[in-house]
Design a protein around this ligand. Structure first.
Ligand SMILES: [Zn+2]
Length: 392
């Protein structure tokens, strides 16, 4: 009997310690989950209960020297459906396919698909978006969005560049000034229950988007337009493949017009010129054709400065005293430099001329002669510059 009692007490103590041990393990686990893992699970729950939709920021506009808008935004809509909130699927399929001009099978596929949010169509005109919103269909979301729009079509296309599907700059100024133009996207946060239905009392939390900065150019669309017409005429008469014109303000070097015809339509930048045969071409070959069409020869190609550099030589020559306006020259139509015969553009020669006349004639002989004196010109320029004298 005594033996039996002792055995019973032992059993109780053992069970007690086993319980304590289990309890301690559970407490430990609870502390681990609630204290150390709390961030991880809070985030997971938020992902489940919060639905996030982004609000696109309006991209900064581009304006010319006169303040004319040359790259603008058009408001468009994105239509999406939220599966869990749909109450009248047949009506939604009917309305959306009719308003958006899509096939019923396509819309039904999207509406019946089980997903958090399903995009039906983007870049929808605002009027159509408003019409769909007016039906007040549950589970159909109409979000406003922006699409880049170029009112001048192809004018200055290679300078401005264009944007892609996410409104990001692809070429030209659109990509060069991307960080200033793009702005900051906003978000709409809505809280949903476990089934994904939005909780009305929780309301929505909006973080408003910040519009991008406007970009003001020195480009003047009037001058650009005239220069483009001229370039097209020259291309026609000379049967040239491409013609470039650059108009700069001589006072400060500002670019007033930059033309490189043929240009392309900024509102349809992926359409190759008419008559381009793309049959049987690989995607890379097609992309190469597009790159060629977008290429701005004024910036990407090199061209020797040629006679325009005579201005620098003349200024340096006069400044250093190598020549004066009255100096006399005689041009026989060529000049020998070492063993090379360099021809003047007037092969019969300009004959007797002073420095002013030689500059007016753009006589190659006189300027070649001056460049032979170049070390002296450079030296005297360096000595006469205020920077050099202050260093001495
Ligand atoms: Zn000459």
């Amino acid at each position: 009997m005594i033996k039996n009692k002792t055995w019973n007490r032992k059993k109780i103590v053992t069970v007690f310690f086993i319980c304590v041990a289990i309890f301690m393990v559970l407490t430990g686990r609870l502390i681990y989950l609630m204290v150390f893992q709390s961030e991880y699970y809070t985030e997971k729950a938020q992902q489940l209960h919060e639905r996030e939709r982004s609000i696109k920021a309006a991209r900064g506009r581009i304006l010319d020297a006169n303040g004319t808008v040359i790259a603008d935004n058009k408001t468009v809509c994105t239509i999406s459906v939220i599966h869990n909130q749909i109450k009248e699927p047949d009506k939604i399929v009917e309305v959306l396919s009719r308003e958006l001009g899509l096939s019923e099978e396509y819309v039904r596929g999207r509406v019946e698909k089980y997903s958090a949010i399903e995009r039906i169509k983007s870049n929808v005109d605002k009027e159509i978006g408003d019409a769909i919103r007016a039906y007040n269909l549950e589970g159909v979301k109409v979000d406003e969005d922006y699409k880049r729009y170029y009112p001048y079509g192809s004018l200055a296309s290679k300078v401005l560049g264009f944007t892609g599907g996410d409104n990001q700059g692809i070429i030209g100024l659109e990509v060069k000034y991307e960080e200033y133009l793009k702005g900051t996207e906003g978000t709409i946060l809505t809280v949903t229950d476990a089934r994904g239905v939005e909780i009305d009392e929780a309301g929505e939390q909006r973080i408003e988007p910040i519009a991008g900065n406007d970009l003001y150019l020195s480009l003047d669309m009037n001058i650009q337009s005239y220069a483009t017409q001229l370039a097209k005429q020259v291309m026609e008469t000379k049967q040239a493949e491409r013609v470039s014109i650059l108009v700069m303000n001589p006072q400060n070097g500002e670019i007033m017009a930059m033309v490189d015809v043929p240009e392309f339509d900024l509102n349809h930048p992926y359409e190759l010129p008419e008559g381009t045969n793309t049959e049987g071409l690989s995607d890379e070959a097609k992309q190469e054709l597009l790159n060629q069409m977008w290429r701005n020869g004024c910036i990407s190609d090199t061209y020797e400065p040629g006679s325009t550099f005579k201005i620098v030589t003349a200024a340096a020559g006069l400044e250093s005293g190598v020549v004066t306006c009255e100096d006399q020259f005689s041009c026989p139509g060529y000049i020998m430099v070492e063993d090379r015969r360099i021809r003047c553009h007037k092969t019969t020669g300009h004959g007797s001329e002073n420095f002013v006349q030689a500059t007016m004639n753009s006589c190659k002989l006189v300027f070649t002669k001056m460049l032979l004196f170049y070390p002296r010109i450079a030296l005297s320029l360096a000595n006469s510059s205020p920077l050099a004298s202050s260093n001495l």
